[in-house]
Design a protein around this ligand. Structure first.
Ligand code: KIV
Ligand code: ZN
Length: 516
């Protein structure tokens, strides 16, 4: 029996970007969009074009380069929003406009100040307007998970009549429970008279940790599109994680009447790319893409897995992009071997300049660490790219004295827009002292909101990957750095974040706040 297709709609670049601190530049969005296309994601929601000039340009840039996935832009149910999305998407080979309007009593009354009749009228008008730009139009009744069933049916029937081809049911606040959410989908598909004229989709938030379970329950009840994000990034507690949805459906083909057409081997590279760009680390025990997802710590499990993999593994690590932690390159490897390995890993190097920078960093690492793994290469490239993009502050040297019973002191030399400066400061530990020394040079006034360190491979010679999140006047940015010395990695991450503050702020409207 042939299976239905489950459409994967990735919203990492839109809802994912709504996570505080996860904002991405146009070039970063293009890089992620290309990785999603390579993974054969069906629809890429590239942003909310009316939010700002930067957002418009990012959606437009993605629309220009992506050929094999449909590129989507979000628009409130307003003519100006829809026209802006239509303009941004013009160059796309295949495009979709996604328009939305809230339908729950609480949103209609307190946010929109609109009657149900006005909501139906505006939703229909929005869909008709979007149809003037494309025949691929998605409508979302925002907060559907807390809307009244009869009213939802009425709105959905009306927007399908107006030309909507996808109906997305969002659990905007992550309030639903799997069985009930599945029943909601079943009821809608059964009760809306023209339901067969549209694909039903779901978009679940993870406030109760149920986004993936709710999405899968909806799929079991007839949904044929899931909206999700890489690593579950997204507003508040995030969205359903793409990797979990895709692998659950793939692994349990005995239960699901549909499957995706994704190349799952691209899942891990994509996860790492998104984590690197946004500075949101992946927790080690995260399903599918966490460092421990396929690690067998306990002796019993190791024994079982060696006898037969199926004893404790339900998926093959290689199927989601894990390699065998092979030593891939070393000190004597040349540029060509380096370039070839990056290509095998799906890492695109856009220019000679990028290659030179990444290769120099690789050589530097190979001097300190004899065994270079794929994960090391990914970190080296990430580090090279993030520094090259915005670097008015560069680390020249860092010296830290740390000794039992003594206060650590750091001395740092930075290149600040072409001039070298040195500063020293004590701190409660070597990292604290380094950050204070940097502050003494740059006169920094940011608040540190997050500091975390992960080892990239195992062993004490592993590179440490550090993430920092800084806040200044309401603006939040993330920075990352990697090095075999975690104090240096920390300083790099701190400077990376400070450099990001030098970029224009791109103040933007939030799609779901404020009046329509
Ligand atoms: O969570 C939500 O309701 C959304 C909509 C814009 C689909 O993100
Ligand atoms: Zn959302």
């Amino acid at each position: 029996m042939s299976k239905d297709k489950l459409i994967i709609f990735d919203t990492t670049l839109r809802d994912g970007e709504q996570s505080p601190g996860a904002s991405m530049t146009r070039d970063e969005k293009v890089r992620i969009a290309k990785a999603l296309e390579k993974m054969r994601v069906d629809v890429i929601e590239a942003g909310f074009p009316i939010a700002s000039v930067g957002d418009f340009e990012a959606v437009n840039a993605v629309a220009k380069v992506i050929k094999d996935s449909t590129v989507c832009g979000l628009a409130r149910a307003k003519e100006a929003d829809i026209d802006r999305a239509g303009e941004a998407l013009k160059p796309a080979e295949s495009k979709r406009i996604h328009t939305f309007l809230a339908t729950s009593p609480i949103h209609m009354q307190h946010k929109l100040h609109m009657t149900p009749d006005q909501v139906v009228e505006q939703a229909v008008h929005a869909v008709k307007r979007a149809r003037q730009w494309t025949d691929n139009v998605e409508f979302s009744p925002e907060d559907a998970g807390r809307s009244e069933l009869d009213f939802l049916c009425r709105v959905i029937e009306a927007v399908i009549d107006a030309g909507a081809t996808t109906i997305n049911i969002p659990d905007t606040v992550g309030y639903n429970i799997p069985q009930q959410f599945g029943e909601l989908l079943k009821n809608l598909i059964e009760r809306v008279p023209n339901a067969d004229k549209a694909v039903f989709s779901v978009h679940c938030h993870n406030d109760l940790g149920l986004a993936v379970a709710n999405s899968l329950s909806a799929v079991l009840n007839g949904a044929r599109q899931v909206e999700c994000t890489i690593n579950g990034l997204g507003e508040r507690a995030g969205n359903a994680a793409l990797e979990e949805i895709v692998m659950a459906v793939r692994t349990r083909q005995d239960i699901f009447a549909c499957d995706t057409t994704l190349d799952t081997t691209q899942i891990l590279p994509c996860s790492r790319l998104v984590s690197g760009i946004t500075g949101f680390p992946v927790q080690p025990n995260k399903a599918v893409v966490g460092a421990n997802a396929f690690a067998h710590e306990s002796g019993i499990h190791q024994d079982g897995v060696l006898k037969s993999r199926e004893t404790y593994e339900i998926m093959r690590a290689q199927d989601v992009g894990w390699t065998d932690n092979r030593i891939v390159l070393g000190k004597l490897s040349g540029r060509n071997a380096f370039k070839t390995r990056l290509k095998d890993l799906g890492i695109e190097i856009a220019s000679e300049e990028e290659l030179n920078e990444a290769f120099a960093r690789f050589k530097d690492l190979a001097d300190k660490k004899h065994e270079i793994y794929d994960e090391d290469l990914q970190a080296v490239v990430k580090d090279a790219f993030s520094t090259m993009e915005h670097e008015s502050l560069k680390l020249i040297a860092l010296k830290v004295c740390s000794e039992t019973g003594e206060t650590p002191v750091a001395t740092v030399t930075l290149n600040v827009r072409g001039e070298e400066y040195t500063g020293s400061a004590p701190g409660s530990g070597p990292v604290d002292a380094s950050f204070r020394a940097i502050d003494s040079v740059v006169g920094n006034h940011t608040q540190l909101m997050l500091y975390s360190v992960n080892n990239i491979t195992s062993g004490t010679d592993s590179q440490g990957e550090v993430s920092v999140r800084l806040e200044k006047a309401g603006r939040i940015v993330n920075g990352q750095g990697a090095d075999t010395d975690i104090v240096i990695a920390s300083a790099k991450a701190y400077l990376n974040a400070l450099n990001r503050f030098e970029l224009p702020a791109n103040p933007r409207a939030h799609p779901q706040l404020g009046d329509v």
